[in-house]
Write a new protein. Structure first.
Ligand SMILES: C[S@@+](CC[C@H](N)C(=O)[O-])C[C@H]1O[C@@H](n2cnc3c(N)ncnc32)[C@H](O)[C@@H]1O
Length: 84
């Protein structure tokens, strides 16, 4: 298990090099610092990177403004699931 994680620098507001989709994304306490249009765009991009049924974890002071618009449903205060 220890050999599986890969750590890399990623600018959320630039192009992303990841090709695949993810079962879970933790993006906590970062998006809150961006303006509203940037937040909206990022939630959509993160949702696109989730596989069906995958989970997005955000910070306790963050909220996806229009989860359904990006195919997410809120399942707990800081957890969203991508629709199947
Ligand atoms: C308050 S810290 C939160 C760190 C961590 N996610 C946590 O919850 O403890 C905000 C982080 O956002 C990062 N950050 C700011 N702008 C970013 C961007 N455009 N892309 C990726 N990370 C960014 C900063 O480097 C900083 O590490």
């Amino acid at each position: 298990m220890r050999s599986l994680p890969v750590f890399k620098v990623l600018n959320l507001n630039a192009d992303w090099p990841m090709r695949g989709q993810f079962a879970v994304i933790f993006c906590r306490n970062v998006v809150i610092y961006f303006d509203e249009p940037t937040r909206e765009r990022l939630w959509g991009r993160l949702a696109d990177k989730l596989e069906s049924g995958g989970f997005l974890y955000v910070g306790h002071s963050e909220k996806v403004a229009n989860p359904r618009q990006c195919g997410l449903e809120q399942v707990a205060p800081t957890i969203y699931r991508k629709a199947r």
